[in-house]
Design a protein around this ligand. Sequence first.
Ligand SMILES: NC(=O)c1ccc[n+]([C@@H]2O[C@H](COP(=O)([O-])OP(=O)(O)OC[C@H]3O[C@@H](n4cnc5c(N)ncnc54)[C@H](OP(=O)(O)O)[C@@H]3O)[C@@H](O)[C@H]2O)c1
Length: 340
Amino acid sequence: MTTTRLGDLIVSPIGFGCMALSHVYGGTTDEAARATLGAAVDAGITFLDTSDVYGKPREGASRPAGTNEEMLAPFLAKRRDEVQLATKFGITAPRDGTDATAKRTDGRPEYARSACDASLARLGVETIDLYYHHRPDPDMPIEETVGAMAELIEAGKIRHIGLSEVTSEELRRAHAVHPIAALQSEWSLWSRDVEGRVVPACAELGVGFVPYSPLGRGFLTGTLTKEQVAGDFRGGTSRMGEAWDANQKIVEIVAEVARRHDATNAQVALAWLLHRAAQMGVSAVPIPGSRKPERALENLGAVDLRLDADDMTQLDSIRSLVEGSRNIVNNPTWISSGRE
Ligand SMILES: NC(=O)c1ccc[n+]([C@@H]2O[C@H](COP(=O)([O-])OP(=O)(O)OC[C@H]3O[C@@H](n4cnc5c(N)ncnc54)[C@H](OP(=O)(O)O)[C@@H]3O)[C@@H](O)[C@H]2O)c1
């Protein structure tokens, strides 16, 4: 299996997003989740992505409950040495449709320290390989947050620093304090705003890129139904709510390319990301998530799929066809493009 670098961190070329192993898009049992992870790691997908806010929130808890991290702990107890483990801190409250402006982030140095200790304890590990600040805190200069994360490296609690949904300017300021190994933001065939400034800044600074929701939260695979997404938060997003029917033409384009290569839509969507990242000179590791072991293996197959110039042109046309915003909360500043 080939590997990819995110800064100085060496990982598998496709990672595994653990968020959807919990309730968010339907969920599964913890035991089944760990069986899927086992199959993924056996196949060579060794870069695992979680966060202290993934998993079911606990009633009345004033801090992220970390139930997805807790699910991972028994798995890590057996296979810690085989994986590169990434987790995140900084989102402090669940998504809430009632007040889009409510503050939901914390980047204070003391919070970074306590959140890291809480994640280490829940995961049952001594060190986190890649520790991300999940969302910038508008009340805290990013230099302060990253300074505290650099101290966590010195303390041996984390190995590398990552940032999620930062602008190119926030990345530059953070990188001046301590090298950033990876920037994680949404990037896929239907979410391309990061190609404007964020990806070029990563390429220039030698920062790796971790595209999240690389399958468009499942939409690009063509396997979702309207009824299915109506049952979780995706049905409330503009792209998969009111624009569901209009956006089907996107799925058809992906399917057409997939048929030509005897591949699946998921493989085409991931292969496109790897090709596009190479064109833009950035090292990128998408982190699709699935509850099904066979899909994790299918997704890894994207590494061997070669798209030609005609495929890339056809897939590029999706960009102008997308209806609806990628933001899932009614607050434009929640994602990098809303602050640039
Ligand atoms: N930094 C951030 O703010 C942020 C935000 C969102 C996500 N993330 C990270 O990114 C990871 C991935 O994002 P995501 O889960 O939102 O979206 P995604 O990976 O684009 O899509 C996940 C969905 O696609 C389905 N799927 C996966 N492989 C498939 C295949 N081969 N064929 C058909 N369907 C397939 C899964 O359904 P089944 O389970 O039914 O297979 C799942 O519902 C998360 O786990 C999380 O680690 C980070």
